[in-house]
Write a protein that binds this ligand. Structure first.
Ligand SMILES: *[C@@H]1O[C@H](CO)[C@@H](O)[C@H](O)[C@H]1NC(C)=O
Ligand SMILES: *[C@@H]1O[C@H](CO)[C@@H](O)[C@H](O)[C@H]1NC(C)=O
Ligand SMILES: *[C@@H]1O[C@H](CO)[C@@H](O)[C@H](O)[C@H]1NC(C)=O
Ligand SMILES: *[C@@H]1O[C@H](CO)[C@@H](O)[C@H](O)[C@H]1NC(C)=O
Ligand SMILES: *[C@@H]1O[C@H](CO)[C@@H](O)[C@H](O)[C@H]1NC(C)=O
Ligand SMILES: *[C@@H]1O[C@H](CO)[C@@H](O)[C@H](O)[C@H]1NC(C)=O
Ligand SMILES: *[C@@H]1O[C@H](CO)[C@@H](O)[C@H](O)[C@H]1NC(C)=O
Ligand SMILES: *[C@@H]1O[C@H](CO)[C@@H](O)[C@H](O)[C@H]1NC(C)=O
Ligand SMILES: *[C@@H]1O[C@H](CO)[C@@H](O)[C@H](O)[C@H]1NC(C)=O
Ligand SMILES: *[C@@H]1O[C@H](CO)[C@@H](O)[C@H](O)[C@H]1NC(C)=O
Length: 697
């Protein structure tokens, strides 16, 4: 309602809004949708949002699928249920259901899927739960968002031996008592997200041998200390308050494939020695500060969890996780990137350590210590199989010279928002950290001679000058150098990329004419030059078979017709808004139009023309028009006079328009000058609760 109010203006709207607000305050009014008619096909009847207050009187023979969601049905009783014997799927989500009679359910012998989410089944739960005993063939049950407390949920589940898939998300459960799933032995998929569960009694899942997928996201769990669900394939524990995750001891393997532990309070890498099938492990948004074995555990924690004793020696390794392909460690507090730690992850494909506090990279083994990580015995070959490595938003000032040697399959690396300076190539050999001190500004990182690398981002690294041949012998396909304020690109900087580079970003670099001396990039298809101060496009670009070009927010009075003509064959899309184009030099626009190049922001682009009464601007899209000098001749004079008149009209029009120019037109693009942004620790599990005993799952 408020939002609507903000969109409208004027007293009339205010009145309307008041009226709406009053109406909106009436119970039941705001959410009431306009009634829609039912739609029927031979086996399916859909009365979604049809304004129904009661169950349909009767059903034509053969309907198997009945959809009654978003209505006002309060009560499911036998008096309405004739001819429903064929029904297999009943959707009653988002009604006001509070009473379900056994006699009614007894008339649905074939029902396999019953969706009752977003109702009021916390009411009459004793009678309703007893009625559920008659759901003889039910396989899918949705009881989400029904205000159910743990004991109510337990009661509803007390005899559903055929149930396979259960949704209890969005209720008010606080614990899972030991026997809660005893009567649903075939359960394979269980959604318990968005509750307040802080305790899982030992054996709660004990009887569930078929259990494969469990979602416990958005609960209030503090600790999983004896994880023993060897049958599970997917476990989602994101958005809890977990400080510890330790699996049970024993030799049997776990079948777990996907484990999401993001958005918790973990201090250490979880203990998963026998999770041999794990492929996805998400540890983002935790408090992991070290991957070293955790001998330096805070004493308080050691006392708190007896299981911490198990941390001696064995932990801090990822041994056994040989199938993990995706590991997300973003948004933690790591200061050191230890190659040796990841070596056990022999299938690792995607690794993110973005948004940490990485300052250094090491290939030695870590040994824990209260004072932080220290390094021990030198390791030999610590090659990783990683292809996508995300290290953006860290504090890296240099990468060691061997860094890329141990990433032989690396294709993509995001190093944005660090403080790296690429070294000058010394031909063949890689200089490395020791090598350079390009501007007396500290160590540099060698990016040349990394033939495997295809995509590199060095945006927001405060790079002010690129050294010659910085990426020689690298065959990069894409390179992002955006938001390095004041960057200078000498002609030789991109030397060696002439035949490979396809995409180049130089956005938001405040580069002026002459600061981008591009070589002839014969493969370049996509170039972003937006947010700079170019009044001339770099000459080298004439070589490139550009398909996409972005020159927004620069100082361009015109585009060179010659260049445009040479691109016209390949160019497909060009962004131009935010430049002070001259209205009297728009020949380039005609060339582009003739070549059918797409100009997505043409209606936001303006051109300017001078007049003795002042300078005016007009939308570029209104071209052709003519206040500009024309060839001599009587006709021309007439034209000029006409044009001036026209132009005055336009001018007035544009002055009026100027006031309501869309925001963002010509506005500088957002950038934070690089460097490290402190962790915005977004709400850990919002709900607080007393810390008590361990939870055995
Ligand atoms: C359910 O509806 C029937 C018929 O409309 C009514 O007789 C019965 O009292 C209702 N039951 C509940 C628990 O509201
Ligand atoms: C579990 O419930 C949440 C909230 O209702 C929903 O967003 C999610 O898709 C469900 N997950 C599964 C696996 O059903
Ligand atoms: C886990 O649940 C959260 C919250 O519902 C969701 O964003 C995330 O994608 C889920 N993770 C997996 C691996 O499905
Ligand atoms: C990990 O979780 C975060 C937040 O829930 C999500 O953005 C990210 O995509 C997940 N990563 C993986 C590899 O699943
Ligand atoms: C911890 O280390 C001690 C001594 O090295 C060992 O006796 C003990 O079994 C270890 N505890 C566990 C749980 O491995
Ligand atoms: C790695 O991430 C990329 C994109 O980020 C995705 O396309 C790819 O499927 C992921 N690889 C694996 C093995 O999951
Ligand atoms: C490390 O070993 C792998 C194969 O085991 C090999 O491909 C790679 O070249 C080696 N790297 C170094 C730097 O020795
Ligand atoms: C660039 O690479 C070529 C080989 O592709 C090599 O011959 C040349 O010496 C290198 N130049 C520099 C300055 O590193
Ligand atoms: C960028 O580098 C200059 C010197 O090279 C330094 O003075 C400045 O503080 C750096 N800015 C950031 C945001 O790191
Ligand atoms: C019009 O623009 C030109 C150059 O852009 C400037 O020199 C001149 O002073 C401007 N005239 C007025 C009246 O603002």
């Amino acid at each position: 309602m408020l939002w609507l109010g903000a969109q409208l203006t004027g007293a009339r709207c205010l009145l309307l809004c008041l009226l709406l607000a009053i109406l909106g305050a009436q119970p039941g009014w705001a959410g009431r949708p306009k009634a829609l008619p039912c739609q029927q096909s031979p086996t399916k009847l859909s009365c979604k949002g049809a304004g129904l207050h009661r169950f349909p009187e009767e059903l034509s023979q053969g309907v198997k699928y009945l959809e009654l969601s978003n209505n006002f049905i309060r009560n499911l009783s036998e008096s309405h249920m004739s001819g429903f014997g064929q029904l297999e799927h009943l959707d009653l989500r988002s009604n006001q259901l509070e009473a379900v009679s056994g006699a009614a359910l007894a008339q649905l012998p074939r029902l396999r899927s019953l969706l009752l989410g977003s109702n009021r089944l916390d009411r009459n739960y004793l009678a309703n739960g007893a009625a559920f005993g008659l759901l003889g063939n039910i396989e899918v049950l949705d009881l989400s968002a029904n205000n159910l407390e743990s004991h109510m949920a337990g009661w509803y589940l007390s005899s559903l031996p055929t149930l396979k898939k259960l949704d209890l998300s969005g209720n008010r459960m606080t614990r899972l008592p030991a026997g809660i799933f005893w009567s649903t032995p075939q359960l394979s998929e269980l959604n318990l997200s968005n509750n307040y569960i802080m305790e899982i009694e030992e054996g709660a899942f004990g009887a569930l041998e078929e259990l494969e997928v469990v979602n416990l996201a958005f609960n209030s769990l503090h600790c999983i200390s004896g994880f023993s669900l060897r049958q599970l394939r997917v476990l989602n524990l994101s958005h809890n308050a977990l400080e510890l995750f330790v699996s049970e001891e024993g030799e049997e393997p776990y079948l777990l494939q996907v484990l999401d532990l993001s958005h918790n309070r973990l201090l250490y890498f979880p203990e998963l020695p026998r999770a041999h099938y794990l492929t996805h492990l998400n540890l983002s948004n935790n408090l992991i500060a070290s991957l070293a074995p955790s001998s330096g555990l805070p004493a308080a924690l050691t006392l708190h969890y007896d299981e911490m004793g198990r941390f001696n020696g064995s932990s801090g390794t990822a041994a056994g996780l040989t199938r993990v392909a995706n590991l997300d460690l973003s948004n933690n507090q790591l200061q050191l990137f230890p190659f040796a730690f990841f070596r056990g992850l022999s299938s690792l494909h995607n690794l993110s350590v973005a948004m940490n506090c990485l300052q250094d990279v090491t290939r030695e083994t870590l040994t824990g210590g209260a004072a932080g990580d220290s390094v021990a015995t030198l390791q030999g070959n610590v090659s990783l199989s990683v292809r996508f490595l995300d290290l953006h938003d860290n504090l890296l000032r240099a990468l060691p010279p061997w860094f890329f040697d141990f990433l032989p399959q690396l294709e993509t690396i995001d190093l944005g928002s660090n403080s790296l300076q690429p070294c000058e190539s010394r031909g063949g050999d890689r200089g490395g950290t020791s090598g350079g001190d390009p501007q007396g500004a500290g160590p540099c990182t060698a990016f040349s001679n990394v033939p495997q690398l295809k995509h590199l981002s060095l945006s927001r690294n405060n790079i002010t000058r690129l050294q010659p041949y910085a990426f020689n012998q690298t065959s990069l396909l894409s390179l992002d150098l955006s938001e390095n304020g004041g960057l200078a690109l000498p002609r030789t900087a991109l030397g060696g990329l002439e035949l490979s580079l396809q995409e180049l970003w130089l956005r938001g670099n405040q580069m002026g004419d002459g600061s981008a001396d591009l070589p002839c990039l014969g493969a370049l298809k996509s170039l972003d030059l937006s947010g700079n101060r170019f009044s001339l496009l770099p000459a080298g670009l004439l070589c490139s078979p550009l398909e996409s070009l972005d020159v927004r927010d620069n100082n361009l009075p015109a585009l060179a017709e010659l260049a445009v003509a040479s691109w016209a064959r390949s160019l497909r899309v060009l962004w131009v808004a935010g430049n002070p184009f001259s209205c009297c030099g728009l020949g380039w626009l005609d060339v582009l139009r003739a070549a059918r190049v797409r100009l997505p922001d043409l209606d936001r682009a303006l051109c300017a023309y001078g007049h003795r009464r002042g300078n005016f601007s007009a939308p570029l899209s209104s071209h052709p028009w003519g206040p500009c000098p024309r060839p001599k001749g009587a006709l021309a004079v007439l034209l000029v006079v006409l044009s001036i008149l026209l132009c005055l009209g336009y001018g007035a029009c544009c002055l009026l328009r100027k006031g309501q120019k869309p925001p963002g037109c010509g506005a500088a693009r957002g950038s934070n000058g690089g460097g490290f942004v402190p962790h915005p620790r977004t709400g850990q599990a919002a709900k607080e609760k007393p810390a008590d005993g361990d939870t055995k799952v």
